[in-house]
Design a protein around this ligand. Structure first.
Ligand code: ATP
Length: 502
């Protein structure tokens, strides 16, 4: 993760928000290369999920909506995470991410350590020694075997046990509070009144904008069951512990689909089909299938309205975590909006000759998490020969040409030969009309290639003396293999088309 964060900052992909003021936890800014990568991910998703399908239409709803929408959806009352405070360090933790290990000193139970999910055994042992110190029992023999277990959630502890628990960032025992619910929606006020009636929310998901517009689209969009509505947009959650770079932030973007089906449909098969569609899509943008796994939520842990939820998990640098949630949400959301708004959410199904509120399958994907998964997969370090023939280490981002910020870089071999520069600039202007390409005339050619490798440009195109004196062909250098081939301009454009626009 450190290498990826360093590269993102150094080459202008991602910056901490408000950096000149010391940063702002949970917010990020995307620089010149980051915004290209991000747009490419969103555009390809939109193209594949909306434009290249006959059964899905698009939507762009407002971020702030009528507050009653969030009452109907259950967010006002229920969208919260359990939180634990540390009275000493003033830090906050998500209760479901704090894990407890019993500490045995001299064969007797001495207390507990609380550590953040994913903390390794060595750190747990260090914490246990800290607990031993804080109990003033420095000589005691520590039984490490209990620390090598799975741990339990902090919610399992009672008051007396919490009193002998050492928090992750505390020096003294007993500083962690009882878990309490922390509301995740950001509040704001709309209009000139300052009272409670003006309270509104920044949306914590884009999905409710889809449900709120479902009726408009049914009435105007000539859609018939089964059909989907897709939306890409910002979402905001006041996460208790934003961390792991852009994995969990407070402002992020989602790409969501609500796919409406008949209540009589074989939802299990459709759910499976959606899982496969999503895995195939990830593969198409360069995320290998073997790095994606499925986490099927246990039936007794599902929300009461949910029939099934499976998360697609990805091996992020900080561990295996949710990338894409694919849930079967029955008719819960539309039913709630029918109840709260008084407007019918029924559709007449011509094929079945009956009216009903459709059920829904919801694939919900984060743009930022996809971008982190793409960066994780693409980041590599290898060794290649430099201009002098010596082997050199290089950092390379192996982006698929489809999503790479720059598709190709065009170089005149030398910059002091006007004829070469002229051809290179002409080719650059021509390619720039179709794709985002880069022009670079300065420095040794090997160094110029390397600069592009580091930002993931898949192809280098060099105009050299053979172009000028012989046959007009150019050299195409492949980022991953570093192999070079000569191609005519026509063949070059055809090749780029196949790689980028497929
Ligand atoms: P988590 O359990 O990680 O908090 P969630 O189950 O609450 O996630 P959903 O409500 O299912 O997440 O949101 C759908 C998708 O939106 C997630 O799969 C993820 O890709 C993205 N997402 C959710 N919360 C965040 C966040 N704070 N930062 C970045 N992306 C997020």
């Amino acid at each position: 993760m450190e290498s990826i964060i360093g590269l993102c900052k150094r080459r202008g992909f991602i910056f901490a928000s408000s950096e000149i003021y010391g940063g702002y936890n949970g917010f990020f800014d995307y620089g010149p290369l980051g915004v290209e990568l991000r747009n490419n991910i969103k555009n390809i998703w939109w193209r594949d999920m909306v434009q290249r399908r006959d059964d899905i239409v698009g939507l762009d709803s407002s971020i702030i909506m009528h507050p009653d929408i969030w009452k109907a959806s259950g967010h006002v009352d229920g969208f919260s995470d359990p939180m634990v405070d540390c009275k000493e360090s003033k830090l906050r933790y998500r209760a479901d991410q704090l894990f407890i290990y019993p500490v045995i000193l001299d064969d007797t139970s001495a207390g507990y350590i609380a550590v953040v999910e994913g903390t390794d055994l060595n750190t747990r042992i260090k914490q246990a020694k800290k607990l031993r110190d804080s109990l003033g029992n420095k000589q005691a023999k520590l039984d490490e075997s209990q620390l090598d277990s799975e741990g339990t959630e902090i919610t399992e502890l009672d008051e007396a046990q919490r009193a002998v628990t050492l928090g992750p960032d505390a020096k003294d025992i007993g500083t962690l509070t009882e878990p309490r619910e922390f509301k995740l929606m950001f509040e704001t006020k709309v209009g000139p009144l300052a009272d409670q009636s003006a309270v509104a929310y920044l949306r914590p998901e884009t999905a409710q904008g889809i449900f709120a517009n479902y009726k408009n689209i049914v009435d105007t969009g000539r859609v018939k069951i089964p059909f989907g509505i897709a939306q890409i947009g910002k979402a905001f959650r006041n996460e208790i512990t934003p961390r792991n770079f852009i994995f969990r932030s407070r402002e992020f973007e989602q790409m969501e689909i609500e796919y409406f089906i008949s209540p009589d449909a074989d939802w299990k098969t459709l759910h499976r089909e959606w899982l496969d569609t999503c895995i195939n899509w990830l593969e198409s943008i360069g995320i290998p299938r073997d790095q994606v796994s499925e986490d099927v939520h246990a039936e007794d842990k599902l929300a009461f309205y949910s029939q099934a939820t499976t998360d697609l998990m990805f091996e992020f640098p900080h561990g295996k975590q949710e990338l894409w949630g694919i849930a079967c949400r029955s008719d819960y959301d539309l039913g709630q909006h029918q109840k709260h708004s008084g407007k019918s959410m029924e559709i007449f199904d011509e094929a079945q000759k009956k009216k009903y509120i459709p059920h829904v399958i919801e694939p919900s994907l984060g743009v930022d998490r996809t971008l982190l998964a793409v960066l994780t997969t693409a980041y590599d370090e290898d060794e290649i020969p430099n201009d002098k023939g010596d082997v050199e280490k290089r950092t390379v981002l192996r982006f698929s040409p489809k999503i790479a910020p720059y598709k190709a870089a065009i170089f005149p071999l030398v910059k002091n030969k006007p004829e070469l520069v002229e051809i290179a600039e002409k080719l650059y202007r021509k390619l720039q009309k179709r794709w985002n390409v880069f022009y670079d005339a300065s420095g040794a050619i090997g160094r110029r290639y390397r600069r592009q490798d580091e930002i993931g440009t898949p192809y280098g195109i060099t105009i050299d003396f053979d172009t000028l004196e012989k046959d007009g062909t150019v050299t195409l250098r492949d980022r991953d293999t570093t192999e070079q081939t000569r191609l005519s301009e026509k063949a070059l454009i055809q090749f780029l088309e196949e790689q980028i626009d497929a």
